[in-house]
Design a protein around this ligand. Sequence first.
Ligand code: HEM
Length: 495
Amino acid sequence: HGDHTIMLENLLHSPISVSLLASIVGLLVLHFLYSTFTSQDNQQEPPGPKPLPLLGNLLQLNLKRVDSSLFNLSKKYGPVFTVYFGPKKVVVLAGYRAVKQALVNQAEEFGDREVSPIFHDLNNGHGIIFSNGNSWQEMRRFALTTLKDFGMGRRISERMIIEECHYLTEDFEQHKASNIMSTFLFGKRFEYTDPDLQRMVERDHEIIYLTGSPSILIYNLLPWLGPFLKNWRDLMKIMKNLNASTRRIISDLKGTLNPETCRCFVDAFLSRKQSLEESEIKDSHYHDDNLLHSVTNLIAAGADTTANTLRWCLLFMAKYPHVQDQVQDELGRVVGNRQVRIEDRKNLPYTDAVIHESQRLANVVPIAVSHKTSKEVNFQGYGIKKGTTVFPLLTSVLYDESEWESPHTFSPSHFLDEEGKFIRRDAFMPFSAGRRVCIGESLARMELFLFFTSLLQRFRFTPPPGVTEDELDLSPLVGFTLAPSPHELCAVRRQ
Ligand code: HEM
């Protein structure tokens, strides 16, 4: 003990040793601080229910209604939490603030797409929705500019939709949104009775429904199960047929292509491809697979979502006749019997609010489309590793209790001020946000407005005879999107 004291005394008396000791202690403290700090960053993952080995949290999730289960978990675990789908880790973003902060303020980090095995089977990394990197960037940019060139969000698409309104109100059918996409992509609309159109609509519907089914969720965790699952075999077959018929339409257009006058999206793609080939640019992203999958992606993303939303709007009208009265009063007062135009929207605040409220409550794409982190992220004090699957839970934004006055009831007043003027709401996010935000928002909003108003001018929507408004069932048919359950409505011609 005495020797130690002497050594320490000697050390402290030597100026060099003192500074050496101080440096060592300083370094140790720094190291300690650094490691606790970074270990928090690296290791403290978002909280969540305790997972079981292999099963993860599957027993706590209702696979028939994943979005609602996750919304319930968010009430316990907060706006960012971890759940395990079997062995697969998923970080869920819940509520307007968290979803906006991630997708908009940290857009780059949260902007990659998670491509689950089923969507890999269906797209092979091509197209727009389920691709990443340079190919995605090029295809998304090309689709946006080309659709705009052909009139998306502008007067030309207004004319196109109005023309479709005439067919729609003559022959009450639900293929109008597919025809709008078809006009953009292939330069032509189909007769509603055309078997090609009917098959295209049916196939899309099936794909969207089946990809959200519980057995495909399980397939995504255990892909070797595929051939044993009926839904997987069905999906492969439907996709094969859809691809074959899309290839046929593309090859017909190729036969009559004139790069000087492009008729449609496919023409624009083919002539870009041709000019790149002529300048001997090899390995560009403009190849047949990207064309095929961009086209099928645009139809899948653009037709079913819009048609479903319109069906929800009509169902809400039949269920809430006093709301329908007010829409029809307003339309009668402001527009009368003439064709509604986009510029009328600003004078139709109640009708506009009803369409927004229908989109909010219908919540057609409840978990958006899964994202993936592109790098390690620090988010709200938690560390999330690169490549982690992220669910932006749109259900929890559209039903956020701290944003909406009565989140679970149909109430157009969410979008109206005291004087009855239309107001925008930040938490209205059915098209998601950020780097991957829906590219068809302006087109979809135009279609919804023009189709909805044209129908309500001419028809009164009611439950079928013998069914009361209360009995109309609002529980959705759950797939990748939420559609109304099969139901009947009467469309009674007004005057
Ligand atoms: C009411 C109708 C629609 C709704 C509710 C809707 C909603 C959405 C949502 C939630 C996403 C996912 C965004 C994300 O990953 O965070 C999305 C993506 C997409 N939508 Fe829409 N959409 C609609 C109509 C359309 C239309 C008409 C088109 C075509 C012009 C379209 C094309 C796309 C494409 C290509 C993507 C993928 C974007 C990407 O991954 O970069 N959508 N949409």
